[in-house]
Write a protein that binds this ligand. Structure first.
Ligand code: BGC
Length: 407
């Protein structure tokens, strides 16, 4: 019998035991213990969790963390830590970056794959709600939540807190929610960097009086509002003075890249092809604009982005995207994982800021974003080992001058 089958059968037996324990009574401890026992099977069973066996089998990690001490560290706290990611379509970051950095951070903290789950709601708020409930049933004591909108996020938080489960808003603030902590970047600074660097790109390209299109992120994401506050503070004075012209400004529901393409194509048609620069709120939206511009045979048009995704970096070396914003997701996941581990251990975590979510001040950790253009790729995403030259210089990008020089 293969190991996979053994794990599956074990999972079934344990699920049955859990069901019996849950039906058996109101004793919190009994339910908690049973849920705790089920962790291994749940983590191994669920392909979406990414709580892979490699984490448990990783000899190097165990050795580095000090053998027995590893046992002690994870045994010191109680229950699972569950990370609730929003989707894999609005940005490549969630699956390509946040997941791997969370895994590394938890392992650095001495946790094993049995101690945490990383789940992805794939853009479905009710799915995220079920994932949160399931994680709590499985013994989660801390949730790290990237909400899909503040309303559904607040419901998840209220439900968790009613069961004494701590909640950290990860990356996106839940407006009027009751999260215990918030870990993110200075998101207005992200938007300011996009605006300021677009101004530099337009000047460098020698474009006078540009006609500018703006593609905002999802109206349901508080970050999209903050990014917009940031870039509007740079662009609005230019529009008001008449130096720049605003062709159009639209939000992209759910940051949907396909919808962004349709929206941008319509903007381009309505403007008779006269768009000279694009403020796009992330790399996915930027790539949608770039595709439409390429199809229309337009090049050399400055387009912004965010997330320093592999695709975004390729568009930069190809000269189709003028900047992205690098947010050190390793640091963000690390800070959030440390908070979560402290809470799991019953300790008081350290924070550096407070943020008003509309109904309360939330203790927070906010990190600084960095603008990346073709001129500082090596000093930022490469030296930080966030992206590799190999992944940037793949496909068409391999032929670019940057890749010829750096590849
Ligand atoms: C994140 C961005 C991401 C966007 C779409 C925002 O909340 O801060 O990094 O590109 O969501 O997923």
């Amino acid at each position: 019998m293969t190991r996979l089958w053994l794990v599956r059968i074990l999972g079934l037996v344990l699920s049955a035991a859990l069901l019996l324990a849950a039906c058996g009574g109101t004793d919190d401890d009994a339910a908690g213990d049973a849920a705790g026992d089920d962790d291994a099977a749940t983590a191994a069973d669920d392909p979406a969790t990414g709580a892979d066996d490699a984490a448990t089998d990783d000899v190097a990690t165990d050795a580095a963390a000090g053998g027995d001490e590893t046992e002690g560290a994870s045994a010191g706290g109680e229950g699972l830590i569950a990370v609730l990611l929003p989707d894999s379509a609005s940005s490549a970051r969630w699956e390509s970056d946040d997941r791997r950095f969370f895994e590394a951070a938890f392992e650095d903290a001495g946790l094993t794959g049995d101690d945490y789950q990383i789940l992805n709601a794939e853009g479905d708020a009710s799915n995220q709600q079920s994932q949160a409930e399931q994680a709590i049933t499985n013994g989660a004591t801390v949730l790290l939540l990237v909400n899909l909108d503040s309303g559904s996020g607040a419901t998840i938080i209220d439900n968790a807190k009613a069961q004494d489960v701590a909640v950290i808003d990860y990356d996106r603030l839940t407006l009027d929610g009751d999260a215990d902590y918030y870990v993110s970047f200075d998101n207005e600074a992200v938007g300011r960097l996009q605006g300021e660097t677009l101004v530099e790109c337009v000047e460098e390209a020698g474009i006078e009086s540009p006609a500018v299109a703006v593609l905002n992120g999802s109206p349901t994401d508080n970050n999209a509002t903050l990014f917009k506050n940031g870039y509007d503070s740079v662009l609005n004075p230019l529009f008001e003075s008449g130096d720049w012209t605003e062709v159009d400004d639209q939000s992209v529901p759910d940051w949907d890249n396909q919808q962004a393409l349709v929206i941008f194509e319509q903007m381009l048609t309505a403007a008779g092809g006269e768009i000279d620069a694009v403020l796009a709120a992330n790399d996915g939206l930027g790539n949608a604009a770039i595709q439409a511009l390429r199809s229309a045979g337009l090049d050399g048009i400055p387009v912004t982005g965010q997330d320093a995704t592999a695709e975004g970096m390729q568009n930069i070396v190809l000269g189709d995207q003028c900047m992205t914003v690098y947010k050190a997701i390793r640091d963000e996941a690390q800070a959030a994982a440390e908070l979560a581990v402290a809470l799991r251990n019953g300790e008081q975590p350290e924070t550096t800021a407070t943020v008003d979510n509309g109904s309360k001040e939330v203790d927070s950790v906010l990190l600084e974003p960095v603008a990346v253009t073709i001129d500082n790729i090596n000093e930022t995403v490469i030296s930080d080992e966030f992206r590799t030259v190999e992944e940037i210089c793949a496909g068409d990008a391999a032929e670019s001058e940057w890749c010829q020089e750096n590849g």
